[in-house]
Structure formats: structure tokens, C-alpha cells
Design a protein around this ligand. Sequence first.
Ligand code: FES
Length: 127
Amino acid sequence: MALYSEKVMDHFRNPRNVGVLEDANGIGEVGNAKCGDIMKMYLKIENGIVQDVKFETFGCGSAIASSSMATEMIKGKPVSEVKELTNKAVAEALDGLPDYKMHCSVLAEEAIKLALEDYEKRTGEKI
Ligand code: FES
């Protein structure tokens, strides 16, 4: 059996929503001290909805695939739903990750949570 699912390979080779969102109003950046990988999420939130999202990931293929999938899962969704997104859900949407690569999907969950916190700080709004 292949180590990585077709979906992981697809999102790694053709990542969705890559780049910087100039008008983001919530930005979250996280790193993993062990592997040194870094992920940054940019959210544009309006009327309680994630209208747009982009990411920059300096990291392994699983981290890139996880960020790409996570952006697709939260785009157009209400923030109340977005804050419940777990790394497990991202990994499941990718048809699984090897156990020792699960931490890569944790970066996506954490970066999104930090971006939501950043939005709360900037706007004084409670999500
Ligand atoms: Fe560090 Fe994947 S090995 S995020």
C-alpha cells in the first residue's frame, strides 16, 4: 500500500489557496520545534464567514497537503464551524496520514485557531 493517499499527493502537488492574503484580518503562524516546519494562515472574515483564506507553508509534503485541504474545508464557512475544525478531520479528509505524520496536520488546526484569535484581538469581536 502506498504510504500517502492519492488525495495527499494531489494536494501536495497542486496545493489550493497558496499565497498571501493582502486584506486578511486574521493571521496565524505556527511552527513545529522538532522538524522546524512553519505554517502561516491568512483569513478574511466578514459577517461571521471566512470569505477567503490563503496559506504559506515552509514544510514537508504532509504539512502542505494539510494546509491546502484545511483551507478548502473552511472557505465560505461560518467562524463558529471553523473554530471546531480538528487536525483529525483534516487528516480524514485527506484519506489519512501515516501516524508519524499526524503532527503535520496539527499545524493546520493550530494556525487556523491562532488566526481566529488574531481576528478577535484586532476587532474586539468574540467568536
Ligand atoms: Fe514537520 Fe511535517 S514533518 S510538519
